[in-house]
Ligand binder design. Structure first.
Ligand code: EPZ
Length: 417
């Protein structure tokens, strides 16, 4: 099992190029199931989760061609409608094949995705939404089975914004008979990117990025080329890293408009940020001011940046309150940061008080989930001594060669067996 070894104390300087967004690529690749033809994707990040999605589509019968940054999916050969447990357990976002399969084939069997380190992550809103579109849903021996001769457009009201729930139902509604109106939907940039791609295929979707999305069903969708948008969470991770280490970096190939919630908080912490059309210049500043954050659906502060921001706050001047309002168990990184000398106390599961300390100390630590691993990397970059992070497979799910990118910026970081 790989580990990451970091000797802290170096500032970051130079330029870094952002990869395609994992959380845009996953639903976009799933949408190729809707097309009885070929869909070509560019700017595809080289990540474990992307490979898992391709393997799942191939298991369904799709023929895929892969090269650096490129993925082609031939959807006409898909004939299987069952997403097996062994593939789904590796990545819960596999639930995103459910909507497209039942929309195109009238039948789908998808293993119930289990929870994960950050929470139970139920899919009840995905299922009730499909029922609203006329699908009959049953759950049997750990599998979801959805059947519908043809989905019928309808009104769907989400109890709370759900990113993949919105994506699943938006994809399903594109081929339904009649019009669907989805209310209280997620507004993330990844939702807008998916709607843009589906409309390019011939769908009729309006309102993506707002709280109400209207979809007029069409008979079929056609082959298109899709370029994956930049990863706003990778962008934010590098921004927080240089805020912590000090230095001056230019983050290229990103979209500053997608990470406004974080920019606002980093400026309050004293970080100098200059935004351009597709790049951001970030200059670290000391002392780092402590800042309170509450994670919220987009465009609020992103929950996927909470762990990284907590690492920054451990060495800020003063105390900061971190309120995780999206997931019920997303502080696993706090226990490892405590082992590095941070001063954090957690109350009722989703409120953390972080008291800034002068410096963290290196330690052997363990990653528990994707963003927790990024938090530990940032802590390692500033800790005194050499930190070794185990279980970095979590990190490989969502960051393309992060240790190479950080090393090019001057960090003393390497991957070891
Ligand atoms: C997406 O997960 C992202 N994953 C997550 O990123 C991200 O943290 C999350 O959105 C929130 O922004 C992908 O896009 C592949 P939700 P998703 O449905 O869609 C509850 C990362 O690190 N809920 O928006 O699964 C749920 O439990 C990952 O890249 C229900 O109760 O999240 C949570 O409390 C981690 N019932 C809240 O809604 C449902 O049917 C928001 O979850 C669905 C969700």
């Amino acid at each position: 099992m790989d580990k990451i070894k970091i000797t802290g104390g170096r500032q970051l300087h130079g330029e870094v190029i952002i990869s395609g967004a994992k959380n845009a690529a996953l639903p976009l690749i799933a949408s190729s199931i809707l097309v009885n033809g070929k869909t070509c994707f560019t700017n595809v990040p080289d990540l474990m989760d992307i490979t898992s999605t391709r393997l799942l589509l191939e298991d369904l019968g799709a023929i895929c061609k892969v090269s650096k940054g490129y993925l082609e999916v031939e959807g006409s050969s898909i004939k299987k409608i069952e997403a097996e447990y062994d593939l789904v357990r590796k990545m819960r976002a596999s639930i995103l094949v459910l909507g497209p399969l039942v929309a195109r084939f009238g039948h789908a069997k998808v293993s119930l995705p289990g929870g994960c380190a950050i929470g139970a992550r139920p899919v009840n809103m995905h299922l009730s939404g499909l029922e609203a579109l006329g699908a009959s849903i049953s759950i049997d021996h750990g599998y979801i089975e959805a059947k519908a001769d043809r989905l019928i457009g309808n009104e769907i009201y989400f109890d709370m914004p759900t990113v993949t729930g919105t994506e699943n139902l938006m994809m399903a509604a594109t081929l339904a008979k009649g019009t669907s109106v989805l209310r209280n939907v997620a507004k993330e940039p990844e939702i807008v990117a998916l709607a843009d791609a589906l409309n390019k295929m011939g769908a009729k979707i309006n309102g993506a990025g707002t709280a109400i999305i209207t979809i007029e069903g069409v008979k079929k969708l056609s082959s298109v080329d899709i370029n994956i948008i930049p990863d706003r969470i990778e962008t934010g991770t590098f921004m927080v890293a240089v805020a912590a280490t000090g230095g001056d970096i230019l983050i290229k190939g990103c979209n500053p408009d997608h990470i406004g919630g974080l920019i606002n908080k980093l400026k309050a912490a004293g970080t100098m940020i200059e935004t351009f059309k597709d790049s951001i210049r970030v200059v670290g500043h000391t002392p780092i001011q402590s800042v309170d954050i509450k994670t919220l659906p987009y465009p609020g502060f992103p929950t996927d940046m909470q762990a990284q921001f907590m690492a920054l706050m451990t060495i800020a001047k003063g105390n900061s309150m971190i309120h995780e309002s999206i997931f019920e168990n997303r502080f696993a990184h706090a226990n490892e940061l405590l082992r590095m000398g941070a001063d954090i106390s957690i109350s009722n599961g989703n409120l953390a008080m972080v008291r800034g300390v002068k410096r963290l100390q290196a330690a052997q630590v363990m990653a528990s989930d994707l963003r927790a691993s990024a938090s530990l990397v940032i802590a390692g970059l500033v800790a005194e001594g050499t930190t070794v992070i185990s279980r970095v497979y979590h990190m490989d799910r969502g960051y393309e060669a992060i240790e190479k990118k950080l090393s090019l910026l001057g960090a003393d970081i390497e991957r070891i067996q």
